[in-house]
Design a protein around this ligand. Structure first.
Ligand SMILES: C[S@@+](CC[C@H](N)C(=O)[O-])C[C@H]1O[C@@H](n2cnc3c(N)ncnc32)[C@H](O)[C@@H]1O
Length: 454
């Protein structure tokens, strides 16, 4: 077996598809008896359908870039209009920085997923006929600003978190759920060199950026939402120099999947995570219970009160605490604090948030047999046929995707090859030809796979 930063955790892993033990690893894959999972730039992609997951990521990035290019086009139109001098200056600066930002995203993507995807794509087995597909919804860019918050300036937010958290065990194994840009995970690992940490997230790109930044400073362009001045519409920033750590590893996983064995961890930490999952709180708690050692601890950091799944109401902190007590936990220390969110030198606005910090000690074990396949809460207009269809961001994204595919299909005339199609498609979508070819071939493979199922 090869030695990676994550080698410490190899015996904790199980196959997300059939639960079998790990057999072997090399630089590129984790091998289980029947399935293998990619390791991309030292980050295992331990997800039930890695190929679909990566493809979804691929599409997310392409969509994001595409939407931003439209934004740049629109901004260029404004430049021709009769706007005040300072507004024109702002728009010019925005175009310049947005363009730089897109180039950076593309290069981060190319050096990670795209590179791997091109070299090893066919080697990753796809699981078909499977209802519980990962349907990756990693919302690639939604927390991108947090990359800057985490790595480019010291924030009160992260300091609050690290000061609050007291990890008692020596030589403990710790899992951070939804670690996102992962600075908090890094700080914890730095503070406790005898303990081992996994920073896990569904979004591969965040983990890739974090992994890179912990090895060497990285330059990225930041576009603050509320710029403090005309000179700061966008800024190119360099991340801090950091001490490389051996006790922190990154795992690209889906909390809904089964990839860690039961009782693997002494501490599970969820910073701003469980409130965003569309899973009933009791199921989330049962899964956390399953993953913890007998006297392990769960550390909740996040919304003081959050939306009750499937209901139009909010849990009070007392209910969150009661739910944990119902499913095998005892409340340890808890505190409610006000912490600044996204306070930084380049953004004119930030807000204070009331945060609940709570530690729960496991006192009773529950075995967990997986999440229900579908907790989906359909919008009311699907059943009430007189109601106007509400175009939410999901539908908007679908519209874009279908529009793109419509363009693609309109060119299939009986006289066009994939190569020709990719050429035209790449020009229209402003992506590389190889990227276009990947999207097109994968799309057709999926269609023919679906046909075979019937
Ligand atoms: C609100 S952000 C919090 C990020 C980070 N902990 C912080 O405090 O900045 C939620 C994170 O959960 C991740 N996430 C969403 N669904 C997930 C899932 N099913 N499994 C693992 N991570 C998930 C997102 O990619 C995102 O990074």
């Amino acid at each position: 077996m090869n030695s990676h930063n994550f080698s410490h955790f190899l015996s904790f892993l199980k196959c997300p598809n059939d639960g079998s033990d790990l057999q072997n690893t090399d630089d590129n894959f984790l091998y289980f008896s029947n399935f293998k999972y990619p390791i991309i730039n030292q980050i295992p992609v331990l997800i039930k359908e890695p190929q679909n997951h990566l493809l979804a990521h691929y599409n997310d990035i392409t969509n994001y870039i595409e939407r931003s290019l439209v934004q740049i086009k629109n901004l260029n139109v404004y430049l021709k209009s009769n706007l005040p001098k300072t507004s024109l200056e702002r728009i010019r600066s925005k175009i310049h920085h947005l363009d730089q930002h897109l180039q950076e995203i593309e290069s981060l993507f190319n050096e990670s997923i795209y590179n791997f995807y091109s070299n090893h794509y066919d080697q990753v087995k796809v699981v078909i006929n499977d209802n519980e597909s990962s349907k990756s919804n990693s919302f690639l860019m939604s927390y991108y600003t947090n990359v800057f918050r985490d790595w480019f300036w010291d924030t009160e937010e992260n300091l609050f978190y690290t000061n609050f958290l007291k990890l008692n065990d020596k030589k403990s194994n710790n899992l951070i759920l939804g670690s996102g840009p992962s600075r908090f995970s890094y700080d914890l690992a730095l503070k406790s060199p005898d303990n081992h940490f996994i920073a896990s997230d569904l979004n591969y790109l965040f983990l890739h950026i974090a992994n890179k930044i912990t090895k060497a400073p990285l330059e990225l362009t930041y576009l603050p939402e509320h710029p403090v001045s005309l000179k700061k519409i966008g800024v190119k920033l360099k991340s801090q120099y950091l001490k490389p750590l051996k006790n922190l590893s990154f795992f690209n996983t889906d909390f809904k999947g089964n990839h860690f064995k039961k009782k693997s961890f002494n501490n599970i930490i969820a910073p701003w995570f469980i409130d965003i999952l569309e899973i009933p709180l009791e199921d989330i708690i049962k899964k956390i219970n399953y993953l913890l050692e007998e006297d392990g601890e769960f550390h909740y950091i996040g919304a003081y009160s959050f939306q009750e799944f499937g209901e139009d109401s909010f849990y009070s902190p007392e209910e969150i605490i009661e739910q944990f007590q119902t499913y095998g936990f005892k409340l340890g220390q808890s505190q409610i604090l006000e912490v600044p969110y996204l306070k930084n030198p380049y953004n004119a606005q930030y807000r204070m948030e009331k945060i609940l910090f709570a530690t729960f000690k496991k006192i009773k074990h529950y075995d967990f047999h997986g999440f229900k396949v579908d907790y989906c809460n359909f919008p009311s207009w699907i059943s009430n046929h007189n109601e106007t269809i509400k175009v939410d961001p999901n539908l908007e994204m679908r519209k874009n995707i279908y529009h793109t595919y419509h363009q693609l299909y309109s060119k299939i005339s009986g006289a066009v090859s994939i190569n020709k199609l990719s050429k035209v498609f790449s020009q229209e979508q402003n992506i590389s030809q190889t990227q276009a070819k990947g999207i097109i071939t994968e799309h057709f493979k999926k269609i023919y796979k679906d046909l075979i199922k019937f």
